[in-house]
Ligand binder design. Structure first.
Ligand code: PGA
Length: 252
């Protein structure tokens, strides 16, 4: 068993009314005890962050944003900044999710800037990396995740990984029902950790690397049981309290 504290983070994506969010977050809160070994987080859409923050205050569950601006404040219509997330006591900010990279043109450099922005405002970035199906089929998985990591390492340095989380999310497994096998996921997680270990063994040993991509109650235990998988970033299955709690228990 690793010394790293597992983290199970829900990424609600663009889902939920206030009523749905309240019911979901209350269901999760009631199922997570402060004695649980795994850390549990939820990342709602920005507009639901205040509601979630209010309902989770003082509970064992923490929360975060799904994205953030690289800027602190100013004339950036439609953006939400790190200080704004911090003002609502967010712990985490997801950066570089593949949906941001694919649909909103976020490249490695911008993701590296968002990573740095999150840290500069006291948020812990959850850095998402992962290859597409075409890249995997061309045998480029390691090359792609290395490139995505290098952008962050070049900008922020290896020490920055001491207060960050990595999420390996193969794009072909996100929302498709096609999960990476535990062996496939473990191989990439080990590659990531080994790559970081070449720069700093201690940081590499401590950084949590989550798996994301169709994780659910029925496959979580096997995935999180792998030596280099330290939890999950959960999309679809985080929208039902019971399913999400099953994953949290699997990580415990
Ligand atoms: P999924 O999404 O669990 O619905 O596959 C994971 C993610 O995109 O973070």
């Amino acid at each position: 068993m690793s010394k790293r504290r597992p983290l199970v983070a829900g990424n609600w994506k663009m889902n939920g009314t206030r009523a749905e969010a309240a019911a979901l977050v209350d269901g999760i809160k009631n199922g997570v005890s402060s004695a649980s070994k795994a850390e549990v987080a939820v990342c709602p859409p920005f507009i639901l962050v205040p509601l979630v923050a209010e309902r989770l205050a003082g509970s064992a569950v923490v929360w975060g944003g799904q994205n953030l601006s690289v800027h602190k404040s100013g004339a950036y219509t439609g953006e939400v900044s790190g200080p704004m997330l911090k003002d609502y006591a967010c712990t985490y900010a997801i950066v570089g999710h593949s949906e941001r990279r694919t649909y909103y043109g976020e490249d490695d450099n911008l993701v590296a800037e968002k990573f740095a922005a999150a840290q500069s405002h006291g948020l812990v970035p959850i850095l998402c990396i992962g290859e597409t199906l075409a890249e995997r089929e061309r045998g480029q998985t390691e090359q792609v995740v290395a490139r995505q990591l290098d952008a962050v390492l070049e900008k922020s340095g290896i020490s920055a990984l001491g207060s960050a989380v990595i999420a390996y999310e193969p794009v072909w497994a996100i929302g498709t029902g096609k999960t990476a096998t535990p062996e496939q996921a473990q191989a990439v997680h080990k590659f990531i950790r080994d790559k970081l270990a070449k720069l700093d063994r201690h940081i590499a040993e401590g950084v949590r690397i989550l798996y994301g991509g169709s994780m659910k109650g029925s496959n979580a235990k096997e995935l999180i049981g792998q030596p280099d998988i330290d939890g999950g970033l959960i999309g679809g299955a985080s929208l039902q309290a019971e399913e999400f709690l099953t994953i949290c228990r699997a990580a415990d």
